[in-house]
Each structure stands twice: as structure tokens, then as C-alpha cells.
Design a protein. Sequence first.
Length: 356
Amino acid sequence: MIRVGVNGYGTIGKRVADAVEAQPDMEVAGVAKTQPNFEAHTAVERGYPVYAAIPERAPLFSEAGIETAGVVDELVADADVMVDATPSGIGAENKSLYASYNTPAIFQGGEDASVAETSFNARSNYDDACGADSVRVVSCNTTGLSRVVAPLEEEYGVEKVRATLVRRGGDPSQNTRGPINDILPNPIEIPSHHGPDVQTIFPDLSIDTMGLKVPATLMHVHALNVTLETDVTAAHVRQLLDDQSRIYVIPEGIGLDGAGKLKDFALDAGRPRGDLWENCLWGESVATEGRDLYLFQAIHQESDVVPENVDAIRAVTESADAAESIRRTNETLGVGLSGDPSGFGADQVEAGTADD
């Protein structure tokens, strides 16, 4: 049984902890929090041992009625693997802590690529992380792009990727982020950081990316133009992408024409927190002209990296190969949408709004 510590129990950390607990070969050794807020109480309710991420703040937890199992150093010493889900930049500061206990660490995409031995996407480069002491699971956007690039590269060869990313201003709970009434080129410089980040997975890939930030919290949306090395048909590409377990090719006529309905669909399907672990790619958008491919996809920024973290744990512990880990993760979490899996038809998905 792989004992996994989670340092940071926020948007990503709490989802990773729940995903780990669902695995038959893993257990949550504990979670580390900087303060006894509502998420710390949630961790207690879920039965996760809580550790003080800042030792001096340990008394605050007891004052809030939370019994801690110790401080973060003790969690690192006890765990087989640490998943660092702290805010961007803090993971790099924590790296020496993990190294001092010889505990392999998995970092998130908010950290610079240099924080780890390799960047990671399960579909694209699982083997690079096997046995590594440190791995960086790439960001939500890079994860989404990598899941599309990998099968296209394998099947057709990729000459050039051009992507425009329309990014949410902040997560639902991030009430201090994002434009209120604006549309921001973000960054204004071209390319955005997303292209170079994809190249940490595909070093030889030619990719240009542009980013926009909009006043929304639901999901990111990507507009892709990929020049392939061979002529293709839209139908062939749709089938290829539909065969990928972590890409949901949204069928025509189901009524899922935007991020809002996708989130509603996830809730109707019984997904925890309304999470969408898959790329949500509109099948109707897939179009080809010679070697040029065009498509739209939506990426749920709060959850698409969660199954990748689970697979990264197995990679660093060398407890399963890529195919077995992905299969096991998908099965235990319920990853893999197809058609109308929730049992709700298009009429039910669209119901509930007076102006439909």
C-alpha cells in the first residue's frame, strides 16, 4: 500500500486526496494545512490525519477544535510519496524538505519546470517519471493540450500546433482574481507560457500559443489549429480522439453547447464537486482542410490534473506501467465519458432555464 502525503489541501490537494483514497493500492497518510479553515475541518470529516504545515501555527488548530497528527516534517517522514499542492512558488520552497527525508515529491504545474526531474502527462510520457525523485504534473491547460497532441503525433505526425486559450479569470472560490468586466490578452506577449510548457512534454514540438483571460470561473476553452504531416478526414480524427479515455468527444445534438451546461451535466452525472477530469472536445468543431485540423475543447481547471497526479504516484514508485495505471485510475475514479453516460437525455440537460 502506497502511503501518500498531501501538502496543501485546497482546490487541487483535496481532490487529489480523495482520488488517492479511492485507489486500492494507495492510502492518504495525511494532509498538511497552514490554517484551520473550513477545508481543514473537511479533511477531519473525511478521516484524513491533519498536520500543521507551519509548526508555529499548530496551536491554532487545537484552538479551532482540530486535533493534529503532528507537523509537516513528520508527515514527510512517514509518507512514501508527497504530493505538493501548495500555491505556486511554495512547492519550490518545500523541495529541500522532501529531499531531506528522501521522500519522492510530485509538484504541480504552477511551479517552474526546473523544480523536478521531469514534467509529466500520463498519456504522453509516463515512462520518463518512473523511479524519479521529483515529478511535476503539468498545468491544467498543458495537460489538456498534451492529451490531444499525443495521439495526433502518434497517428499522423504533427508539423505545427497553434492554440488560442480563453482562460477563466479565477476558480469559483478565488474572489480576488480575474477581470470583473473586461477581456484581457494574458499575457500580451506572444507566445504565452503554455507553448513552452507543452514543450517540456514534447521537446521537439513546434507550438505557438496565445492567451486571453475572461470574467468567468467555469472552465478554459481552447481553439486549436494543428497542421499534421498527412492529409486527414474529420471523421477519422473524431474517432481517434473519441478512443482516448481522457477525452470526451461531445456528440452532436446532446445540447452541451458551452461550459455552463458541461458543468451542469457533470453534476447531473453525479461527479464529485461537478468535476470533469476529461478534455471536453466538441465533435462538431472537428474540421479538416488538407493537413490542417481545427477544433474546440473545454478544460476544467480544477480537476483535469487529478488523475495525472494519481498516475504520477504510481510512476515514481514504479508500482505499475502506464497502461495499467491509467486503466486503474480511470476505473476507480469513473473517468471516461461517452455519449450520454449519466442517463440524462438532451432534454433533461437543457431543462431548468426559463429562456432556453
